[in-house]
Ligand binder design. Structure first.
Ligand code: ADP
Length: 438
């Protein structure tokens, strides 16, 4: 309380006492004085409130005592707030100018996937117009199944590559970054040039592999004929012919794997989606594994759900599963145990191959699916590996929206597990009904 307020209160009390003494009732006079003072205070506070709410049309309360200080403090706070707002507006303008100038299509989405802001590049690459498309769901504006899945379904992918809806010649890499209050930043980067370079590389590898395929087959044929007709070839040539034969076989395997990879790279999705009888496939792979040159009395343990089928490409899945089983045979010593499982749980369907072979150092596991990556280069070469098997496995799985999970410990063995989404599983009753009608 200020000195002027104390003085005013003392004066009122003084007057009340004098008046009370004059009328012969000091208590009543004091009560009336206090009530009047309270009424005045109430009126002043009301005036102050009206002035705060509507400064333009309401006069300020008379600057007396504590109200004078209050008004001054409020003025100061209001000025500070104005300056802050101005600064923020300037920052916002700068930020918007910067994002508007971004070459990447940028869209701010709310938790429902509705457009809250977009820059100019978003119009050029995605056809989204700001502010015309304000509050529209992005999946209604850009109609692409891949995009719907990426935005609405919780996928593990961090980004996707799609053709631009405005111009199919433009290739876009789309990223979605969550921020703030359930908002998401949708960024579409033009990767046409990168895509073209990748396409050229891919075509080059495919063409070279294709060109090499016939000469290598011819070479192999001649070498096999020469090796088999020992009476026509001097015995001194035999070791050389055998070595050439082995190298040609490996070259043929590399060329075949490269061609398989090129085919897989041509598109991201499996074209011939159909129910795949995985149990039968595993039995077939098991039979082939027992006939492999590297198979030396390995003990196979099979645990297969014969009713479990998934949607996919039979050829591709055969290539994927057989690569994992043949690797287990290759990298496990004689009489090693190889467990093959095909089962389902709440997370989906799983194909797993477990061996008690040499194992792989943990730090090398993330690189296994790179092309030509081998943990032990000389050993893998000696075993006839191409270094492309797990790259093929990875490609096949990503085309089936599945993932590869590897666990390994040096000296104890490895487990390679393919995880398929529950959506990939063929509903039993649908399939049974198909079987009955067939
Ligand atoms: P490769 O044709 O050389 O086997 P892959 O791509 O199939 O090529 O495998 C890459 C590397 O991963 C192999 O060279 C090998 O070092 C390692 N590897 C794959 N499977 C196993 C396994 N079951 N046990 C140990 N190492 C493995």
């Amino acid at each position: 309380m200020l000195a002027s307020d104390i003085r005013r209160l003392c004066l009122i009390i003084g007057f009340a006492i004098i008046a009370g003494w004059a009328i012969g009732n000091i208590l009543l006079s004091l009560l009336v004085a206090v009530l009047l003072y309270c009424a005045w205070l109430h009126q002043q506070v009301g005036q102050l409130l009206r002035w705060i709410r509507d400064r333009k049309h309401t006069p300020a309360p008379e600057p007396r005592g504590v109200f004078e200080d209050l008004c001054r403090e409020l003025d100061y706070l209001r000025d500070r707030d104005k300056k802050r707002k101005k600064k923020l507006r300037a920052y916002l303008k700068q930020f918007q100018q910067a994002t508007r100038a971004l070459p990447d299509g940028t869209v701010v989405l709310d938790e429902l996937g509705s457009v809250k802001w977009a820059n100019k590049a978003a119009t050029a690459t995605l056809g989204i117009r700001w502010p015309d498309d304000n509050n529209q769901r992005i999946t209604n504006l850009v109609r692409m199944p891949e995009l719907v899945e990426f935005i609405d379904v919780a996928t593990k992918k961090s980004s996707i590559d799609v053709a631009s809806p405005v111009d199919p010649e433009i290739r876009l890499n789309i990223r979605l970054t969550p921020y703030g209050n359930n908002q998401r930043l949708f960024v579409a980067r033009d990767i046409t040039q990168l895509h073209r370079t990748d396409q050229i590389r891919s075509d080059f590898v495919a063409n070279v592999s294709h060109e090499l395929k016939t000469p290598i087959t011819v070479l192999r044929g001649y070498l096999e004929t020469m090796s088999s007709q020992q009476e026509l070839c001097p015995p001194a040539w035999q070791p050389g012919l055998e070595q050439m034969g082995n190298h040609v076989k490996r070259m043929q395997a590399v060329v075949e794997d490269l061609l398989t990879l090129s085919k897989l790279e041509q598109n991201d999705h499996v074209a011939d989606h159909a129910p795949v009888p995985v149990a039968e496939m595993i039995t077939d792979i098991h039979r082939q594994a027992q006939n492999l040159e590297d198979h030396s009395d390995h003990i196979f343990v099979l645990e297969i759900d014969t009713n479990l089928e998934i949607l996919g490409s039979s050829n591709e899945l055969f290539s994927c599963f057989s690569n994992l089983v043949f690797n287990a045979v290759q990298y496990t010593a004689a009489r090693g145990v190889i467990e093959i499982q095909w089962y389902r749980d709440e997370y989906g369907a799983h194909f797993s191959v477990k061996d008690n072979g040499k194992g792989i150092p943990v730090e090398k596991i993330p690189r296994l699916t790179e092309r030509f990556y081998r943990v032990d280069r000389s050993r893998a070469r000696a075993l006839g590996g191409t270094g492309l098997g797990l790259a093929i496995v990875n490609h096949v799985l990503s085309r089936h929206q599945a993932t590869l999970h590897v666990e390994s410990e040096v000296g104890l063995g490895s487990t390679f597990r393919c995880d398929f989404r529950p959506e990939s599983i063929v509903a039993a009753q649908v399939h049974d009904a198909e079987d009955q009608s067939a």
